[in-house]
Design a protein around this ligand. Structure first.
Ligand SMILES: NC(=O)c1ccc[n+]([C@@H]2O[C@H](COP(=O)([O-])OP(=O)(O)OC[C@H]3O[C@@H](n4cnc5c(N)ncnc54)[C@H](OP(=O)(O)O)[C@@H]3O)[C@@H](O)[C@H]2O)c1
Length: 256
């Protein structure tokens, strides 16, 4: 398979690194020349990764093409290009709907939306694919957990969850800062928090039928310290405020 990329930035780098780290790394990759430094770096690091002369050369040489430019320039970049009817276009541009992309890539008709995360570089984390597509499933299934969805609303709702990463790290930083403030050395506090949350992250996998609040309940012993923090944060509407922020992101992503 020959896979082309229009836009060679952070996400393309992660996908290429992930694909080239699997045992069957037979996918040949053709990159668009921007960003020049990133494209040259990937081509020098991996066999079967080349840099095309321009965006059109990527389309001319590949049947499957990933769109990985920022949404702000997507219209201008795609309008310039000549797609073929037989192209399979995989758009990674989360904020462009499938209809928007389809209108920009005619006469190509085979459009798949995918939302991988940078963790695919280490073949970790989920990729949402809409609509279900065997070729996209094969590709992203190698890079972590594949989540196929049947409708655009479900895709957008799942995409909202990706807005929570920074807040997650702020949560960890709050614990880390508190520990430091109470005399724990920086690196010891960091190791402790990182190791604790890595272990907790396995719980939903090891008990697949437990809901998240079942897991919370397991730790929130009546009268215990976990119950205390959960009760106090709930009483201050912290989780309601969090859900309201997700609503705001959802309005932004879905445009309504
Ligand atoms: N990063 C993420 O976590 C993530 C996750 C999900 C979805 N996405 C989506 O994936 C897309 C790419 O994101 P990213 O983080 O990889 O962005 P990025 O690092 O900014 O990469 C975008 C790349 O597009 C290149 N570019 C600019 N103008 C171009 C043109 N005319 N033709 C071809 N390439 C051009 C840029 O090159 P220059 O540096 O030379 O300008 C840059 O290398 C975005 O639509 C984003 O919303 C990103």
């Amino acid at each position: 398979m020959k896979l082309g990329f229009i836009g060679t930035g952070a996400l393309t780098s992660a996908i290429v690194a992930g694909l080239k780290s699997v045992a069957d790394n037979s996918v040949t990759i053709l990159l668009s020349p921007r960003n020049e430094e990133i494209a040259a770096g990937l081509a020098s690091r991996y066999p079967d990764v080349r840099v095309a002369t321009d965006n059109q050369a990527v389309l001319d040489d590949c049947d499957t093409v990933m769109l990985a430019v920022r949404p702000q320039i997507a219209h201008a970049v795609l309008r310039e290009l000549r797609f073929r009817r037989g192209h399979h276009v995989v758009s990674l541009i989360a904020t462009l709907s499938r209809e928007d992309v389809a209108a920009l890539i005619a006469p190509a008709e085979h459009v798949t939306k995918a939302l991988p995360m940078p963790m695919v570089a280490h073949r970790q984390g989920p990729t949402i694919v809409f609509p279900p597509d065997p070729a996209a499933a094969k590709l992203f299934g190698r890079l972590g957990k594949l989540i196929e969805v049947e409708d655009a609303g479900e895709f957008d709702a799942l995409a909202v969850a990706t807005a929570t990463f920074a807040s997650y790290f702020k949560f960890l930083d709050t614990i880390h800062g508190w520990l430091e403030g109470h005399g724990v050395a920086d690196s010891k506090a960091r190791d402790y928090v990182a190791s604790l949350f890595k272990a907790l992250a396995h719980a939903p996998e090891t008990t697949p039928h437990a809901g998240f609040m079942d897991l919370a309940g397991e730790y929130a012993t009546r009268g215990g310290i976990n119950e205390q923090v959960l009760r106090e944060l709930t009483a201050r509407n912290l989780f309601d405020a969090f859900a309201e922020s997700l609503d705001g992101v959802h309005r932004r992503i879905s445009g309504c």
